[in-house]
Design a protein around this ligand. Structure first.
Ligand code: ARG
Length: 265
């Protein structure tokens, strides 16, 4: 049985019930949540996460490791489950479509994923943990600062994202990229005129040659996804989110990765 550390005690309090760890002596590494269902992991004792970097500050490589706010939050979930965290890099398409979860590639997806009605049909989302809007990254001095200004220009989008949907709905001519890195590279090389992606990830690319043209307020919210019907894991994820909101961990992680303290809402 794990010892009752202060953090663990808080996790217990947060779920307002008994979180029973079926320790190493048992045949399964599962854990019981407040609802009584055992959390089953694809790989016993390991919480496997699918994510799509580069997407700083949510998931990006540092010293050969994938780190970021998403990874840190899922790390808290793993800790509460007494499991190791294994991070698997996969294309965003399979993450957002529920495919990675359905095919058993991972237990959980965390990739700056906006909760949408369409995606709700393909996976179960946790409570929201981050607010997001779309942003426009443009060559410095280009003066591109609105959707109207983009008419007739080539706008780079990341495949299968809400940014792509937004741009398509606006009637813009889009060019698709597999990930944010390739999208920004194309902007630097002049292959596209502007790039649309979540505003929070564009900041790290601002320099002498690139700037933020504008923010498109879309009012999105990020959620962590689990396979449809995996209530035991979903309950555990939400209990961890509640625990880290209450014990200050969320604020610390937010400040560490976003650079500012979260605003009250
Ligand atoms: N929030 C957007 C969406 O859900 C973009 C997320 C892209 N995430 C990533 N890690 N590449 O569609």
């Amino acid at each position: 049985m794990p010892t009752l550390t202060p953090r663990r005690a808080l996790a217990l309090a947060a779920t307002a019930g008994v979180v029973l760890a079926v320790g190493a002596c048992s045949s399964t590494a599962s854990e019981e949540t407040a609802s009584g269902d055992a959390v089953q992991l694809i790989d016993e004792g390991t919480l496997t996460l699918c994510t799509n970097p580069p997407y700083e500050p949510f998931e990006y490589e540092e010293d050969g490791e994938i780190v970021g706010l998403d990874i840190a939050i899922v790390g808290e979930v793993a800790a509460d489950l007494d499991a190791e965290l294994a991070t698997l890099v996969t294309p965003f398409e399979g993450i957002q479509s529920g495919q990675d979860l359905e095919s058993g590639n991972c237990d959980i997806v965390a990739s700056g994923i906006t909760i949408t009605d369409e995606r709700e049909e393909k996976m179960d989302f946790s409570d929201p943990y981050f607010d997001a809007d779309q942003g426009l990254l443009v060559p410095a001095g280009s003066g591109l600062d609105s959707a109207e200004a983009l008419e007739g220009l080539k706008v780079g989008v990341q495949a299968a994202t809400t940014g792509e949907t937004w741009a398509t709905d606006e009637g813009l001519s889009t060019v698709q990229f597999e990930d944010l890195g390739l999208q920004v590279e194309a902007l630097r090389s002049g292959q596209i005129d502007a790039a649309i992606n979540d505003i929070a990830v564009l900041g790290p690319f601002v320099d002498d040659s690139l700037e933020i043209g504008t923010t498109f307020t879309t009012g999105e919210q990020y959620g962590l996804g689990v396979k449809t019907g995996n209530t035991a894991l979903l309950d555990a994820v939400n209990a961890t989110l509640e625990r880290i909101r209450e014990d200050g961990t969320y604020d610390d992680l937010y400040t560490q990765y976003i650079g500012t303290a979260p605003t009250e809402d």
